[in-house]
Design a protein around this ligand. Structure first.
Ligand code: PMP
Length: 366
């Protein structure tokens, strides 16, 4: 008997593996595996979420109008050129969907964000991987992969899972040297963790260049990961193409209102950035002090640290031992990152506990 057959390219997709929050035995773990905000979300966003329960029987505003206007006011953008998505994940998928298909090539960097691979393959495109430069984005390696079939380049800046950052000059050079037919997606999921003079100029490029899409999210510094709210900014033509295929009611009313409140919660964002900078520095020093055990920290511009295990204890072993001690971090062999663990910066207690667990694991190993 014949059965429905998925497209070959769909079956070629390795399913996304989310960060763990409980062990195989169901035991609750300290979750430092998904780059969430350890401080939660702002009181303003919580109040908005509670108030939104009054509107559950009505469809949300399909155009996320007020939210787009508030984003535009905050970043000095044109609201008509903003698209809101079910997380920035949706905006990334919409970009791949609108601008690539079978026979087309989509470039991203080795150790890039896992969703780029899924988005590329989902529409029948061919992923093309550009080599990294000591875990960072290598603009020349990307440019070397561009050809007539290239349709999209995905870059996260700062990058996940490496935490590395490419300068404004490097990003501008990439845009300038890419052919006009290639859509450059600059994913700024962690942009709010940058200090002011680290701005990579992405929004400015999207303002003036016809082939740049910037994506941002409310899941990270705003602490609204469960609500699934992201946005993109690009030319009117790019946004129009993506709007034609996005689901009409893709951001919930609660999500729109929580995001609106979050945008105004500057104190919470500043406190989150400060907390992150302090404990990232602390964890980085703790891990660097374990350099005699082969630990190497990749300098991070995000709310997580990538720690390489180049000594006797492998990343896989350290990951298993951390799980035993109740800590979930992220080992990413599926992304080719066999020798590293990505550790989200948690609360003070969580971060101190993680460092202690790591010290014990390495000491036990001799
Ligand atoms: N881009 C990058 C680089 C990310 O790390 C993430 C979250 N892991 C996303 C996009 C997607 O975030 P969201 O869909 O929650 O907006």
């Amino acid at each position: 008997m014949s059965t429905p057959k998925p497209k070959d390219w769909i079956m070629g997709i390795a399913p996304y593996v989310p960060g763990k929050s409980s062990g195989d035995d169901g035991k609750k773990l300290v979750k430092l595996s998904a780059n969430e905000n350890p401080l939660g979300c702002s009181p303003e966003a919580t109040a908005a979420l509670n108030a939104a329960s009054a509107f559950v029987d009505r469809y949300p505003d399909p155009g996320s109008t007020k939210l787009r206007e508030a984003i535009a006011a905050k970043y000095d953008l044109d609201p008509a050129r903003i698209i809101c998505g079910t997380g920035s994940d949706e905006v990334l998928h919409l970009a791949a969907n609108a601008f690539s298909g079978p026979g087309d090539e989509i470039i991203y960097v080795r150790y890039g964000f896992a969703v780029y691979d899924i988005a590329a393959r989902r529409y029948g495109g061919t992923p093309v991987i550009a080599d990294d430069k000591d875990y960072g984005t290598d603009v020349d390696a990307i440019l070397a992969k561009v050809n007539d079939q290239t349709r999209v380049v995905f870059i996260a800046n700062p990058n996940n899972p490496t935490g590395t950052f490419s300068s404004r000059e490097e990003i501008a050079r990439l845009q300038a040297e890419l052919p006009g037919h290639v859509l450059l997606v600059l994913d700024g999921a962690y942009a709010e963790y940058l200090v002011a003079d680290e701005d990579d100029g992405a929004l400015g490029l999207a303002e003036t260049k016809a082939n740049v899409l910037v994506t941002r999210t409310f899941s990270k510094i705003h602490g609204l990961a469960a609500e699934r709210i992201g946005w993109g900014y690009a030319s009117a033509e790019i946004i129009d193409a993506m709007n034609r295929i996005r689901l009409p009611f893709n951001v919930t009313t609660a999500g729109q209102q929580a995001a609106l409140a979050a945008l105004a919660a500057d104190d919470f964002v500043a406190a989150s950035r400060k907390h992150n900078a302090k404990w990232r520095q602390w964890l980085s020093e703790e891990c660097s002090a374990l350099g005699n055990h082969g630990l190497r920290v990749i300098p991070s511009h995000t709310n997580f640290l990538l720690v390489l295990f180049e000594g006797e204890v492998t990343a896989e072993q350290a990951n298993a031992a951390l799980l035993d001690k109740g800590y979930a971090v992220r080992w990413l062999p599926g992304q080719g990152l066999v020798n590293g663990l990505r550790m989200t910066i948690g609360t003070e207690l969580e971060t101190r506990g993680l460092a202690k667990a790591l010290r014990e694991i390495l000491a036990d190993a001799g």
